[in-house]
Design a protein around this ligand. Structure first.
Ligand SMILES: Nc1nc2c(ncn2[C@@H]2O[C@H](COP(=O)(O)OP(=O)(O)OP(=O)(O)O)[C@@H](O)[C@H]2O)c(=O)[nH]1
Ligand SMILES: [Mg+2]
Length: 212
C-alpha cells in the first residue's frame, strides 16, 4: 500500500470491444506508443501496482480498466501501445482497430492522456492518435514521460521546440518522470481539478450503474 495514492482494483481485461465493461463511470485513458510508460504511469498514481510493466515494448496487449475508489469513483484505462514494429503487421492492425474502436465509441471516455516520450517528441503514430482525438472530438491532455532522461537545463528548450508543431492538448503539456517521481504531484492536481469540473450529469449517469 502506498499512502496518498489512489485506491484501485482491476475491473476488466479486454481483447475486443464486446468485453468492455458497462459504461458509466468517467474514464481517463492512457494512450501512446509502445514503451512510453503508460502502465508505469498508472502504477505510479495508484496504491497497488496492478498494471504490467516491461522493458520490452508491446507488453500490454489488452485494454485494461481499473476502477478507482475516490470521493466519486472513476476509471483509469491502460491502452495497448501502438507503433511497435517488431509485432507482425496483422497484430499491429488489430491493436490499432481496438484502440480506435475504444476512442471512437466509448461514451464514458472523459479524457485521453496522450503520453509522449520526451526524448522523441511526437512521431508518426502520435500524429495518428492526435488525428483520431480530433475526429472523434475527445478531450486530450499531452504528458511528456521519462523526463529524467533529459537534463533539467535542456527541458525548457525541448518543450519549446515541440510546441512549434501544432497538437491538441486541453492545457500545456505536463512533464513527468515516474522513475524519479517528478511532476507526479502536478499531474494528480491536474486530474483532481479535471474530475471536479466534469458536469454533474456525468456523475449522475455513473451513480446509476451501481443501482443496476
Ligand atoms: N527512465 C525512465 N523509465 C521509465 C519511466 N517510465 C517507464 N519507464 C520504463 O519504460 C519501460 C516501459 O514501461 P511500460 O510502463 O511497460 O510502458 P508501456 O507504455 O505500458 O508499454 P506497452 O505496454 O508495451 O505499450 C519500462 O522498462 C519502465 O521501467 C520513466 O519515467 N523514466
Ligand atoms: Mg503497458
Amino acid at each position: 500500500m502506498r499512502p496518498g495514492k489512489l485506491k484501485a482494483s482491476l475491473l476488466a481485461t479486454c481483447f475486443n470491444e464486446d468485453q468492455f465493461p458497462d459504461p458509466g463511470y468517467p474514464e481517463i485513458a492512457f494512450a501512446g506508443r509502445s514503451n512510453v510508460g503508460k502502465s508505469t504511469f498508472i502504477n505510479g498514481i495508484i496504491q497497488t501496482r496492478l498494471a504490467h510493466v516491461s522493458s520490452t515494448p508491446g507488453k500490454t496487449r489488452s485494454i485494461n480498466f481499473f476502477r478507482v475508489y475516490h470521493a466519486r469513483d472513476f476509471i483509469l484505462v491502460d491502452l495497448p501501445g501502438f507503433g511497435f514494429a517488431q509485432r507482425g503487421k496483422v497484430e499491429r492492425k488489430t491493436w490499432a482497430k481496438l484502440i480506435e474502436s475504444y476512442i471512437s465509441k466509448r461514451g464514458s471516455l472523459s479524457l485521453l492522456v496522450h503520453l509522449v516520450d520526451f526524448r522523441h517528441g511526437m512521431l508518426e503514430n502520435d500524429i495518428q492518435l492526435q488525428d483520431w482525438v480530433r475526429r472523434y472530438d475527445v478531450p486530450v491532455q499531452v504528458v511528456y514521460t521519462k523526463i529524467d532522461k533529459i537534463s533539467k537545463g535542456n527541458r525548457p528548450s525541448l518543450t519549446a521546440q515541440y510546441a512549434e508543431k501544432p497538437f491538441s492538448s486541453i492545457s500545456e503539456p505536463l512533464l513527468v518522470s515516474m522513475e524519479k517521481g517528478l511532476g507526479v504531484g502536478e499531474f494528480n492536481a491536474f486530474l483532481e481539478s479535471y474530475l471536479k469540473a466534469l458536469p454533474e450529469s456525468i456523475w449522475k449517469a455513473a451513480s446509476m450503474i451501481d443501482r443496476l
